[in-house]
Write a protein that binds this ligand. Structure first.
Ligand SMILES: [Zn+2]
Ligand SMILES: [Zn+2]
Length: 177
């Protein structure tokens, strides 16, 4: 049985399934990540003749501080909790900016059709979306990866990227009973 560790904790889903939620990794790692993101944002703004400001970075940092998979609404609520002066429109605008700068990406739409974001630099993985509790699970299967690249290859394409999302009904409860 898995227990809570320094870097993760367990969370019980409505179906009873236990998932491991990563907590803030070592502070050092995060600090380094934020430095890279800041540079990336500055470069993007410069290339597009947009102005960098500390206020812009402050909002970006609030958005990037959110771990894992999240939707825009969650970010708006999170930001407004600590910074009531920052309105939803500003958050949405900066969310789009971070996607354009390839710091974040729109990774899938959830069980309700809502766009879900995550960091652009995460190692490649695919997703299963639970249609019962809307939880998002990550997986990586090298056979699927190879097959997908093979299909593209047979059709005279070179695969650049893909999104593979499985929407599924949860069988966890039935299994347990
Ligand atoms: Zn994949
Ligand atoms: Zn993911």
């Amino acid at each position: 049985m898995q227990k809570n560790t320094e870097n993760s904790r367990e969370q019980k889903l409505p179906c009873g399934r236990l998932v491991t939620v990563p907590l803030d990794k070592q502070k050092q790692d995060n600090a380094k990540k934020f430095e890279i993101w800041k540079e990336q944002l500055k470069n993007y703004l410069e290339q597009n003749r947009l102005k960098y400001s500390e206020q812009r970075w402050k909002i970006a940092k609030l958005i990037l501080g959110t771990k894992g998979h999240f939707n825009a609404q969650e970010i708006v609520q999170e930001v407004m909790k600590t910074h009531p002066g920052i309105g939803p429109a500003t958050v949405y605008r900066n969310l789009k900016l971070l996607c354009d700068a390839r710091i974040l990406k729109e990774t899938l739409v959830d069980a309700h059709g809502v766009a879900i974001y995550e960091a652009y630099d995460e190692l490649h993985h695919d997703h299963i979306v639970c249609l019962d509790c809307n939880e998002i699970f990550e997986f990586h299967n090298s056979k699927i990866e190879t097959l997908q690249a093979g299909v593209a290859n047979e059709m005279m394409f070179t695969e650049v990227r893909h999104k593979h999302v499985i929407y599924a009904k949860c069988r966890y409860k039935k299994k347990k009973v």
